[in-house]
Design a protein around this ligand. Sequence first.
Ligand SMILES: Nc1ncnc2c1ncn2[C@@H]1O[C@H](COP(=O)(O)OP(=O)(O)OP(=O)(O)O)[C@@H](O)[C@H]1O
Ligand SMILES: [Mg+2]
Length: 348
Amino acid sequence: MIELTHISKVYDGPNKVTALKDISLSIKEGEIFGVIGQSGAGKSTLIRCINMLERPTSGSVLVDGVEMTKLDGNALREQRKNIGMIFQHFNLLSSRTVYENVAFPLELQGMSKDEIRQRILPILDIVKLSDRLDNYPSQLSGGQKQRVGIARALASNPKVLLCDEATSALDPQTTKSILELLKDINEKLKLTIVLITHEMQVIKEICDRVAVIEGGIIIEEGPVLDVFTAPKEKTTREFVGSIISHKLPEEAWRHLNVQKEWHDGLCPLIRLNFTGDVTDEPIVAGMIRRFGLDVSILFGGVDYIQDTSFGHLIIVLNGSRESAEQAVAYLEGLPIKSEVIGYVAANH
Ligand SMILES: Nc1ncnc2c1ncn2[C@@H]1O[C@H](COP(=O)(O)OP(=O)(O)OP(=O)(O)O)[C@@H](O)[C@H]1O
Ligand SMILES: [Mg+2]
């Protein structure tokens, strides 16, 4: 649905800023694609290059088969009907009511009052604002304002919805309800959604795939579950770590006195990462039974991404070196990710 090929963006001026460097991304029809990055990474520039609010300095932008960089004037306005957008600060017109805000883009297109009414009443129903049509933005909560923003973006029946930090000004509970609404319209209206955020929680809640942007470069990309369970880059690990800790707390780590080499009397300290059905299997019980080991669980947790469970455990295999070696080999043969992270004294 959206193909970005070798996109670069340089902001000219006294201080030249290269905001995007050679970005290529392919976003499929009907998916929710997230782009995460820290402040200044280039997220807004990237999303604004999709609908030509910013023109890329070089590269190609295809939306629904149309080369956006070649359009301007009427042709661009026409194609933009296919691409709705919502913003962090909602960008509503304060002198217009909820109804009038949502009607505004259709009025600009010259649609008749009746047509507008027919078009937007069902949308206002979807975003649950039917009882607020005559309110002004100042009479609404942040979450309600964003619902108006979403309704306005949907008014021209777009195929794509771009969300620039759409929940960053909202509290966690309201964020959740807006994300649920976005998921709902993605499913009901088969809308392709691109959202940018600096919050990993947002990615975790609703995205199918995610790209991590840093310094104008996509440093990592993949299905959300893969990126969460096996982040490759340092920045990605920090984002994942911001909501899921895969690490022993610092204090526990010091207390353990972890060694790099397997000396006599030490036992392996192992991190297990597991995804999906495996999570329910009695891996630890299996090791105790098979190898006669005493397994201590030091740290762990299970989390869910869109109904798939994934978890991690940090364990010590207490027992003879021979049994522990067999158990490590056994773990390597299982469909889970295991890693010996060091060696510690027995019986932790
Ligand atoms: N209109 C502009 N003129 C010049 N430089 C700009 C312009 N817009 C953005 N930049 C610069 O481009 C870089 C990327 O900015 P961008 O707004 O895309 O980042 P962002 O990831 O959206 O950040 P934030 O999370 O703070 O919104 C920054 O260095 C920024 O200063
Ligand atoms: Mg931004």
